[in-house]
Ligand binder design. Structure first.
Ligand code: NAI
Length: 285
């Protein structure tokens, strides 16, 4: 059965994109955030996505009107989630804060609602640990920008109910996404693989195997990757990649996750990638 009413908690980079995707798929959506400025900003960003979609002929005027009609905001959590079939959490990446929120969601959302976290790195089992019915909690890891990225990692954990996982898979499909089901292990599937490739590319650059451009081309032209691993690292942010690599190295204790010196040095110099104008490449606006 399709989800009809969706609540999205956290209206930042990911939350506004998830709310947009759900409203476009026909759901009634309530978006909420603990920071009052976040809601008008999210609505503005969704308005821009709609305008761009209409301009490119991807969205009809009728679809735009439908999204605007189905999209609501609420300043308080309880009115946002009280009628939800599915609640997606997209708040700050902090375990204690997420645990508190899920405990509150258990009190405020309907008992039958699916509770999903968009965490990109935390253990979903740990997020669910503070909930009396952890079987209804799963991970739904969307990718940025949500409207353009097809993948959703559905993260299952020891105490997740198979039905909850099935519901998350169905909901991802309802949003036009392609779900994969992954165990609750560090880096899930996407970060673990993506970071491994990125770190190896950095080690090759360090060892002088080839230039950054040519290492990227090897993957772009030889493997049909839309973007090489070094350019992708520049877009994601070298600091973000370093934090993930450190975390994977600590938790999985495997040598391929040890951050190479070139990455640490660049981060120390503030060469964080596109956002800083320099990373493995030089970027200009
Ligand atoms: P963001 O900082 O853009 O937005 C987070 C929003 O949550 C903020 O507006 C903040 O005011 C709000 N918030 C914080 N605590 C709250 C609470 N207790 N209750 C309600 N609202 C609260 O963060 P972003 O980038 O959207 O990330 C959100 C989640 O999505 C994180 O778990 C992150 O790891 C994950 N994620 C991020 C991706 C990215 O590329 N940015 C990709 C995939 C997942």
């Amino acid at each position: 059965m399709n989800a009809h009413r969706v609540a999205v908690v956290g209206a930042g980079t990911m939350g506004h994109g998830i709310a947009y995707a759900a409203a476009l798929a026909g759901c009634e959506v309530v978006l909420t955030d603990s920071w009052s400025d976040a809601l008008p900003r999210a609505l503005q960003r969704i308005g821009e996505l709609l305008a761009a979609g209409v301009k490119r002929g991807k969205i009809s005027d009728g679809e735009r009107a439908g999204v605007e009609r189905r999209l609501h905001t609420a300043v308080e959590l309880e009115p946002a989630v009280r009628a939800a079939d599915v609640v997606i959490e997209a708040i700050v990446e902090d375990l204690a804060v997420k645990q508190r929120l899920f405990a509150e969601l258990e009190r405020t959302a309907p008992p039958g609602a699916l509770l999903a976290s968009n965490t990109s790195s935390l253990s979903v089992g740990a997020i669910a640990a503070g909930v009396r019915a952890p079987e209804r909690v799963v991970g739904m890891h969307f990718f940025n920008p949500v409207h353009a990225m097809k993948l959703v990692e559905i993260v299952t954990h020891e105490r997740a109910a198979p039905l909850a996982v099935d519901r998350a898979v169905a909901f991802a499909r309802q949003l036009g996404k392609e779900p994969i089901v992954v165990q609750d292990s560090p880096g899930f599937a996407s970060s673990r693989l993506g970071v491994t490739l990125g770190l190896e590319a950095m080690r090759m650059l360090e060892q002088g195997v080839a230039s950054a451009e040519d290492i990227d081309k090897a993957m772009e032209l030889g493997y049909n990757h839309p973007m090489g691993p070094l350019k992708l690292t520049d877009l994601v942010g070298l600091d973000v990649r370093l934090a993930i690599a450190d975390y994977l190295y600590r938790t999985l204790e495997e040598p391929q996750f040890e951050p190479p010196k070139i990455l640490r040095d660049k981060v120390a110099r503030g060469e964080l990638g596109k956002k800083a104008g320099k990373g493995f490449y030089t970027w200009s606006e």
